[in-house]
Design a binder for this molecule. Structure first.
Ligand code: HAM
Length: 555
């Protein structure tokens, strides 16, 4: 090979080497990219509270606590005891009491099927006979609800399973083609039937997060035989409720109610009036501004009372049907009373001309309503009669009431309530009278905040500015003594220069800084600095406690 050819060959070898390296790099890059594509991408997710729910933080929570303490105090003075009911109840409890047609039950409840955890795995559904066998086993062990529907399913499975087993014995070798084809067809049909039958099983009870608590209190009254106690039984509750409504100011998906119920005894109008007096007393104690109490009577369910009025209302509404919006048009047939609730501007003049329920009550309901009003007057409770107040839950009868407050915009109902004789019986208990109310605590708080009733200062009484090992031991001891005396004390966990400590004391809105250095400890004297005016004085420990807890300087 000539020298020239040798040079060419060397160059080619070099190029080949470079190209091989390039190809290798490309392949490696491709593999990495492919790997990256299969790896789950770790996106940092910032979680937020679920839509319609919110965190309540200090200092607002101190206002919530004050409201709740006031409720405990005021309701206690009226002889009410606290009941705590679960947040989860059987869906049917709410469907039966509040009513299937109501907005709350038909669209707003958080409902799920409470499936047992050790059910046959879903993948088994691809093998219907094995799946059906397991389902049958679970049912017999009591893991599946013994409902009527499930009972029927199990009966069918007990019949189908042996048929299926027999049909699966197909003899592909000795049977002729026609016989085999028919056997396969029959087996497939049985598999489809099995799959259909197992799909009808109900795995668990349907549960709902409580949208309100009246139904739960009635359930508890029945469950614990509270009718054996001296009647009436007076109970109050507070806690979160859940409704899947469109969130806006004063309307949340998790909101809080403070409510009370009187169950049993009789339906004396004095009870209705006292319940209303109690809630008004509570609002007065909190100095809730711009209160307006509306009352009404919606009669009762006997043919000569509310049903007669509802029919009359329906007839009148049908005459003006064309002038109403789609919601009201629908309600003419489903629940004409709810048309009176309409806030639609164009419907107001029409509604104003409709017959009033007060003119169509039966004698007993009319007398009851008149007595409730005079009982309210006796108690000095100011009310306004509102013939359009019908309330959105099915269980009400006779007295209904609603209280609105200022500063809430369109969601200004801060309390709603009424009488519900018959509800306990509807839920399987004895005939029982009932009346109660629930306050929307979120709205109550909003109204108080709007009126400037902000919580008391969140600062500290005393900030201990300590420096030095001996001073620290004295600071820990002093903090304990002051906290035992009920003062709020901030004890920094690490030593700080006095300048820094005083800066932080001011930031935390402290009233006093207690200055403790090793010198003070050896002298047995504490320096107390009043942060508002910068003055400072020295005290022995007992003098200090006296200065902070007694006399003029008392916190
Ligand atoms: P309610 O009218 O459905 O009645 O609710 C009572 C109060 O709870 C309302 O006036 C309102 O202040 C508040 N509230 C209702 N929904 C929301 C929401 N999504 N966000 C914020 N606040 C809300 C009842 O619940 C009946 N259980 C009252 C009762 C007790 N009747 C007899 N006993």
């Amino acid at each position: 090979m000539s020298e020239q050819d040798q040079e060419k060959a060397a160059k080619r070898a070099q190029w080949e080497e470079i190209n091989r390296a390039k190809a290798l790099a490309r392949q490696k890059h491709g593999e990495e990219a492919a790997l990256a594509a299969t790896r789950p991408v770790e996106v940092k997710k910032q979680f937020q509270a679920v839509k319609g729910t919110r965190d309540l933080l200090p200092p607002d929570t101190s206002l919530w606590n004050r409201v709740e303490r006031t409720a405990h105090d005021v309701f206690g003075t009226f002889g009410f005891g606290e009941i705590r009911v679960p947040a989860l109840e059987s869906t049917e409890l709410f469907a039966r009491s509040i009513g299937v047609e109501t907005d709350v039950v038909s669209k707003e409840m958080y409902t799920f099927e409470d499936r047992p955890s050790d059910l046959p795995h879903d993948e088994l559904k691809e093998h219907p006979p094995e799946y059906a066998e397991k389902i049958l086993g679970s049912y017999e062990q009591g893991d599946l609800p013994k409902t009527l529907g499930n009972g029927q399913v199990m009966q069918e499975l007990r019949k189908l399973l042996p048929e299926c087993k027999a049909a699966s014995q197909i003899n592909f070798v000795s049977d002729d083609e026609q016989t085999t084809r028919e056997a396969v067809k029959k087996y497939n049909e049985l598999l489809v039937r099995l799959a259909y039958v197992t799909s009808r099983i109900s795995f668990g009870e349907f549960l709902s997060l409580r949208p309100e608590a009246t139904a739960s209190v009635c359930r508890a009254y029945i469950e614990h035989n509270l009718n054996q106690l001296p009647q009436p039984v007076k109970l109050y509750y507070m806690g979160p409720m859940f409704r899947r409504e469109r969130p806006q100011k004063g309307r949340y998906r998790q909101f809080y109610q403070i409510g009370a119920e009187v169950l049993g005894g009789n339906d004396a109008p004095a009870i209705d009036a006292e319940v209303i007096e109690m809630v008004m007393t509570f609002f007065d104690k909190l100095e809730l501004p711009g209160l307006q109490l509306d009352i009404n009577s919606i009669g009762h369910n006997a043919p000569e009372c509310r049903p007669k009025y509802v029919e009359l209302l329906r007839t009148e509404l049908r005459k003006v049907q064309d002038q109403l919006g789609p919601d009201s048009q629908r309600r003419i047939e489903t629940n004409p009373l709810r048309v009176l609730d309409s806030k639609l501007e164009s419907e107001q003049a029409i509604i104003a001309k409709l017959p009033h329920i007060a003119d169509h009550l039966c004698d007993a309901c009319r007398t009851h309503y008149a007595d409730v009003k005079s009982q309210l007057q006796l108690r000095g409770v100011i009310y306004r009669e509102n013939w359009r107040l019908v309330r959105g839950l099915d269980y009400y009868m006779r007295t209904t009431f609603e209280i609105t407050a200022k500063g809430l915009g369109s969601q200004n109902a801060v309390c709603g309530g009424g009488r519900y004789d018959g509800l306990v019986e509807l839920l399987g208990g004895p005939p029982t009278k009932g009346i109660g109310f629930a306050i929307g605590e979120d709205r109550l708080i909003l109204s108080l905040q709007d009126a400037g009733k902000v919580p008391a200062r969140q600062g500290r009484d005393v900030y201990i500015a300590w420096m030095g090992e001996h001073a620290y031991a004295a600071a820990v001891r002093t903090a304990k003594v002051l906290r035992e005396a009920g003062l709020s004390v901030e004890l920094p966990p690490a030593e700080q220069k006095f300048g820094k400590a005083l800066e932080r004391a001011v930031k935390l809105d402290s009233r006093y800084a207690l200055i403790l250095g090793d010198n003070e400890v050896s002298e047995g004297m504490f320096t107390l600095k009043t942060l508002a005016d910068g003055t400072q004085e020295k005290y022995t420990e007992p003098q200090l406690l006296e200065r902070l807890t007694q006399g003029d300087g008392k916190l």
